[in-house]
Design a binder for this molecule. Structure first.
Ligand SMILES: NC(=O)c1ccc[n+]([C@@H]2O[C@H](COP(=O)([O-])OP(=O)(O)OC[C@H]3O[C@@H](n4cnc5c(N)ncnc54)[C@H](OP(=O)(O)O)[C@@H]3O)[C@@H](O)[C@H]2O)c1
Length: 258
């Protein structure tokens, strides 16, 4: 199998790293076309995939990812279309277009998947929402899912939910990063060394997520398990509520999704 990539920016490079780490593809079978800034060239030196300058090298690829900015994705697909072979699986991780719009540009014989990932795909712990083209053959669906599952958890959603999926899975890592930084700032304020604070906070986040996933307990139940009556945790929870923590988070999702 050969995989092609158009766009190796933040998301493209995260996916390329994840695919190579998962060994789902060997570097010599991964063809990457970057833009004009040299980002793809720098990544190539680190990861050793085949850097391509023209779209015609994509003809050999059975699966092609596109990870360019939302505004130019359909224009780039139009340019690349003559070099995309029949029955190729085209996985777009770009926002701002529908599966039908991509198919209108590429033709019905290209199997289009719209997949919205998040940056943890680079460490194979991503969360990826997928929408498949109508009448996509089940073998192509299974192949696309197999490849995406090497990058993390994959959930098929209806197209009208893909935007919100992208907000919650794709934007939230930044919200969580700010939360982690703030928690560490709190620890530093109390005298904890900075590096140790980040280590503790990151491991705590990982453990809390794992606990929620493995026990399938409601978040409120997990929180109740940590808050003893009159204890320090409920005092912290009260401070968060007093400062509008929940509203701040809900509003962040709403604003990011608008
Ligand atoms: N970042 C996320 O967490 C995230 C999550 C889900 C979905 N997405 C979606 O993924 C897409 C990419 O996002 P991003 O954050 O990775 O943006 P980005 O860092 O700006 O990357 C876009 C890349 O596209 C390249 N490019 C532009 N024209 C090209 C061309 N003709 N051929 C090949 N490459 C070309 C650019 O290369 P040069 O800069 O070298 O010109 C740039 O590296 C967007 O549609 C975004 O909405 C992103």
């Amino acid at each position: 199998m050969k995989i092609g990539f158009i766009g190796a920016g933040h998301m493209g490079s995260a996916m390329i790293e994840g695919l190579l780490k998962a060994k789902i593809i060997a570097p010599e079978n991964l063809f990457v076309k970057g833009g004009s800034s040299g980002t793809a060239e720098a990544l190539q030196k680190k990861l050793g995939f085949k850097l391509i300058k023209e779209y015609d090298a994509l003809k050999e690829c059975q699966v092609i990812f596109i990870a360019t900015g939302a505004k130019i994705v359909l224009e780039i697909l139009t340019q690349a279309a003559p070099n995309i072979s029949k029955n190729t699986i085209l996985i777009s991780v770009a926002t701002g277009h529908t599966v039908k719009e991509a198919q209108a540009v590429l033709g019905e014989e290209i199997h289009v998947v719209h997949a919205i990932p998040n940056t943890p795909v680079s460490v194979n712990a991503g969360m990826i929402g997928t929408v498949f083209a109508d009448q996509m053959p089940s073998e192509s669906k299974a192949e696309a899912t197999r490849i995406l599952e090497s990058l993390g958890k994959v959930e098929e959603v209806s197209e009208d939910l893909l935007g919100t999926f992208g907000t919650v899975a794709g934007c939230s890592p930044a919200f969580v990063d700010i939360f982690m930084e703030a928690l560490a700032d709190g620890a530093v304020l109390e005298g904890m060394p900075r590096a140790l604070s980040y280590e503790i906070v990151a491991q705590m986040m990982l453990g809390s997520a794992k606990l929620a996933i493995e026990t399938k307990k409601h978040p409120g139940e997990l929180k109740d398990g940590v808050t003893s009556p009159g204890g320090s945790t409920i005092k912290g929870v009260t401070a968060l509520e007093k400062n509008g923590f929940r509203y701040a988070v809900i509003d962040a999702v709403k604003q990011a999704n608008s």
